[in-house]
Design a protein around this ligand. Structure first.
Ligand code: TYR
Length: 446
């Protein structure tokens, strides 16, 4: 396949697109419940350290490869490897990325479907004046209803695949322009509301005073996986977006902006959610339901609560939409690289993801007690192993390729940060990101 000529229309459009991929369930749903399950402040500290030391430099590596190759991830890797006199087998890394995003999207679509349910319930005013018990019961009732969940999963997947089939950059740009600022605004409103509750002070204490005794190998592994997940790094999906990056744009600046915007969303969501947790005496380690039982309670206490809540789930839905489009893109680009038409490739991926997603749907009812490995049911498995193990492995290989294999001149040009910027980036990736990821992965696997 030849180089793609498609480009994001501006530097801002590129930053918005990558932020769209990064900001999603990871920030608003996964971050709070992972923090709750992994001991609060200690997890937050580790997660931020990993974002800075691993996520950000590897994000640059990943986008850089796409930008230098200007093809689908596998093809970019193969072409650049050939240029460097290395093995074209590097193309398999693109395939491994596709496997990773496949697993992630299969559960991501299901959980995003939960937002659809909540959006409708909010508009109908179902949560008005309700406390933790009623909101919890609503959530339980919904989880026990595989048909409703399948319906939402189907709807969400259709939304995603319609945009993907049309080609990513056009539709997505307009969507991002509108949604991102609104999402921030709403999160700030929520955080301000949180500051007026009794739970605010304990929430800040829980989030910002790390307890070193809470740190274990598992917590470190989870924090590292989450840093990759939240930045959408490690599955070659950003590589696919890098292929459309305009020519004159500093990559470190763009990636830095994305990381700041991404962490900010997580922090705002965390502050809002944990304020409710502590004000209402909810268990922080509640698990994947944490956001879905806390936020309706918070909004119910605001004037015009149902309206705010509906708006919030609408924005969350849009945020997860832009992420899932990014998740689907490398698979579709990959199949297209094999000669399939874009529409066919999209349909094939959509049907496969839908089918596997059903297993996640059933993990909350019929298959709840069916443990696949290590006591995890299907949903628990796909929502943890691909993020915590596959993304770091992919990220590690991407980093090795960019910092050790790619020809220096090509890499220098693709980073677009001058010789000094390049040396700093390369030094950090070679001597910090790669060894650290390998070390954490190994201790986790042992
Ligand atoms: N970053 C997204 C989120 O936080 C999830 C994601 C992961 C998106 C990997 C894309 C990707 O390639 O919700």
């Amino acid at each position: 396949m030849h180089e793609t000529r498609e480009r994001w229309s501006s530097r801002r459009a590129f930053i918005l697109a990558v932020t769209g991929a990064a900001v999603g369930l990871g920030n608003i749903w996964r971050f709070p419940y992972m923090t709750g399950e992994n001991g609060g402040g200690a997890f937050l500290l580790l997660y931020i350290a990993f974002v800075l030391l691993l996520g950000l430099p590897v994000m640059m590596a990943e986008i850089m490869i796409g930008r230098a190759g200007r093809r689908s991830p596998s093809q970019s890797l193969a072409v650049l490897a050939r240029q460097a006199g290395s093995s074209e087998q590097w193309r398999w890394l693109g395939l491994f990325g596709a496997l990773t995003v496949f697993c992630i999207l299969s559960f991501y679509s299901v959980v995003s479907g939960w937002s659809i349910e909540y959006l409708i319930a909010a508009i109908n005013g179902n949560f008005a004046g309700q406390g933790p018990a009623e909101v919890g019961a609503f959530f339980e009732g919904f989880l026990a209803d595989p048909l409703r969940m399948t319906f939402n999963h189907t709807l969400f997947l259709l939304m995603t695949m319609t945009v993907v089939a049309a080609g990513v950059s056009t539709g997505l740009e307009r969507l991002n322009n509108l949604m991102m600022p609104l999402l921030y605004l709403l999160l700030v409103v929520l955080a301000i509301y949180a500051a007026t509750t009794d739970g605010f002070a304990p929430a800040l204490r829980w989030l910002f005073t790390p307890d070193p005794t809470a740190i274990s190998v598992g917590v470190v592994l989870n924090a590292m996986g989450h840093a990759f997940f939240t930045l959408a790094v490690g599955a070659c999906a950003l590589m696919a977006y890098g292929a459309y990056m305009p020519d004159h744009q500093s990559l470190p600046r763009a990636a830095g902006a994305v990381a700041v915007l991404d962490v900010l969303v997580a922090l705002l969501a965390g502050i809002a959610i944990f304020s409710v947790v502590f004000a209402q005496g909810i268990d922080p380690a509640e698990g994947p339901g944490l956001m879905f039982v806390t936020l309706p309670i918070a909004f119910a206490e605001l004037p015009w609560g149902s309206l705010w809540l509906g708006l919030f789930f609408l924005l969350l839905l849009l945020a997860t939409w832009t992420s899932s489009i990014n998740l689907a893109e490398p698979m579709v680009a990959g199949l297209q690289g094999l000669g399939l038409r874009r529409s066919r490739a999209t349909a094939l991926i959509a049907v496969s993801i839908w089918l596997v997603g059903i297993l996640s749907v059933l993990s909350f009812s019929h298959l709840e007690a069916v443990h696949i490995v290590a006591g995890m049911n299907f949903f628990e498995l796909v929502s943890s192993v691909p993020s915590e193990i596959f993304l770091p492995i992919g990220g590690l290989l991407i980093a090795v390729f960019a910092a050790w294999v790619m020809p220096r001149e090509t890499a220098l040009r693709a980073l677009d940060a001058g010789p000094v910027g390049f040396r700093v980036w390369q030094g950090v990736v070679r001597w910090v990101s790669i060894p650290l990821t390998a070390l954490v992965l190994m201790s986790g696997l042992i």
